[in-house]
Design a protein around this ligand. Structure first.
Ligand code: SF4
Ligand code: SF4
Length: 426
């Protein structure tokens, strides 16, 4: 696809500005009524979803040219999809996220690149991960665990750790814990270890499409060779790309694709995993964009007039993963759940997505602080989430704000509840 494929979408924007707000019937207070971190932070129409539609159309029709300022506006967006979801509530025929992605690819083609993104892509090409860590160390997190090596053996469940879980020392215990929980439930689990690569989704979001296709091809061949019936990942980004981007690129994975919270929820409901330890805490839950609205599976192409597109093919975030993480919190003995104002497909972003964390760290942490404030307003004693990128930035924001709000990965909570945390974790 190219920017020109979305001309009708861009022309369809009526500048109603609904994409800047949580849909009006979902708003609970003025304080948390806005949905787009970019327009909220920079307060100028160009930074909204609509503003970027106008930029795209103007570039496409030759009324303006790309320059550094315009490219910066394009990149100061988390690709969280909140504008897209809000617009679909009112207009339902405009695919904003696709235009935002095409704008990035256009910037890359025209040579308007962010230095920080180029460093990520260089690291990806060199080491097959976006953090620039040595490829040879990718599987070190699993040392000593009785997991199968899918480079030599077949398995029932293929566990894909993802880039951040594989290397972030602060999350090492969490990723080991995820594998331990699957083993505790008696599953036959394999990993690719040092041969695991990035899912490629981040490269796609930054506008580098060739890299994303190569990684999809790589994983497709690994899944086939492993014979895995289930591919599970604790990374929300990876999950979204496996469920949406891969089939859209024609690289459908021949197995069930689950996020770790979905598999844990299933194992608890089937009685294969038991939560025993008490958790007398009131939690609130942050929906990661890539697990929620952006985690909606690929619904298929529609070739006809967009205005005639059936509801079942509109990507409006409704089929994201919302229940499993909440079920897990409610299954923790003694724990309670109180919701924030912006939740599910109308959730506020954590700030880490779309390369913003790397290129505009101040904007990223401002966005995360907004979310921590919203969590604090609920009166919750702890914040739980289900994505390593969200955990990273929300934990940092909570510390920066000196907020008394610990941020938990749901895997850590499940581990402690199952009573296998202390004896097994690193
Ligand atoms: S909600 Fe949709 S139609 Fe309205 S301004 Fe935003 S992009 Fe345009
Ligand atoms: S994707 Fe998110 S940050 Fe970007 S314009 Fe839409 S709502 Fe704003």
């Amino acid at each position: 696809m190219a920017l020109s494929d979305y001309q009708r979408d861009m022309e369809g924007c009526s500048r109603c500005s609904s994409c800047k707000w949580v849909p009006f019937n979902q708003i609970k207070s003025w304080r948390f009524a806005k949905n787009c971190p970019s327009i909220c932070r920079y307060n100028f129409h160009a930074y909204s979803g609509s503003g970027r539609m106008i930029i795209g159309l103007s570039l496409l029709t030759g009324r303006s040219e790309l320059n550094d300022n315009v490219a910066e506006i394009v990149y100061k967006c988390q690709l969280c999809g909140a504008c897209d979801t809000a617009c679909k509530v009112y207009r339902d025929d405009i695919d904003l996220t696709e235009v935002l992605l095409e704008l990035r690819a256009h910037c890359v083609e025209q040579g308007f690149l962010m230095v920080e993104h180029m460093a990520m892509i260089d690291a990806l090409k060199r080491e097959d991960n976006v953090l620039g860590e040595p490829k040879a160390k990718r599987g070190e997190w699993a040392e000593g665990l009785p997991l199968k090596d899918i480079n030599r053996e077949r398995c029932e469940v293929l566990f894909h750790a993802g880039c951040r879980y594989s290397y972030d020392p602060d999350l090492r215990g969490t990723v080991r814990g995820a594998a331990l929980l699957l083993l505790e439930a008696g599953l036959d689990v394999g990993i690719a270890g040092a041969e695991e690569s990035c899912c490629g989704g981040r490269a796609y979001e930054l506008g580098y499409r060739g890299e994303a296709e190569n990684y999809a091809e790589d994983l497709l061949s690994r899944v086939k060779a492993s014979g895995a019936r289930i591919l599970v990942t604790p990374c929300a980004d990876g999950y979204a790309h496996f469920r949406y981007l891969y089939p859209r690129m024609g690289k459908e994975l021949p197995c069930e694709i689950l996020h770790m919270t979905q598999l844990l929820d299933r194992l608890v409901r089937e009685g294969r995993l038991r939560f025993r330890e008490q958790f007398p805490l009131l939690f609130t839950y942050h929906d990661p964009c890539h697990l929620g609205r952006m985690g909606e599976p690929y619904l298929g192409d529609w070739k006809g007039d967009k205005l005639q597109r059936p509801m079942s093919l509109k990507r409006a975030g409704r089929k994201g993963v919302y229940e499993a993480p909440r079920n897990l919190i409610q299954a923790l003995p003694g724990a309670g759940l109180v919701e924030m104002e912006r939740i599910r497909e109308y959730s506020w972003c954590c700030g880490a997505g779309g390369g913003v964390h790397e290129a505009f760290p101040e904007f990223s942490s401002w966005t995360a602080r907004e979310r921590v404030e919203e969590a604090l307003a609920t009166g919750a004693e702890a914040l739980a989430t289900a994505c390593p990128w969200c955990v990273r930035v929300l934990r940092d924001a909570s510390r920066e704000m000196r907020a008394e709000l610990p941020v938990y990965d749901l895997v850590d909570l499940a581990l402690q509840a199952a009573g296998i945390a202390e004896k097994e974790r690193v």
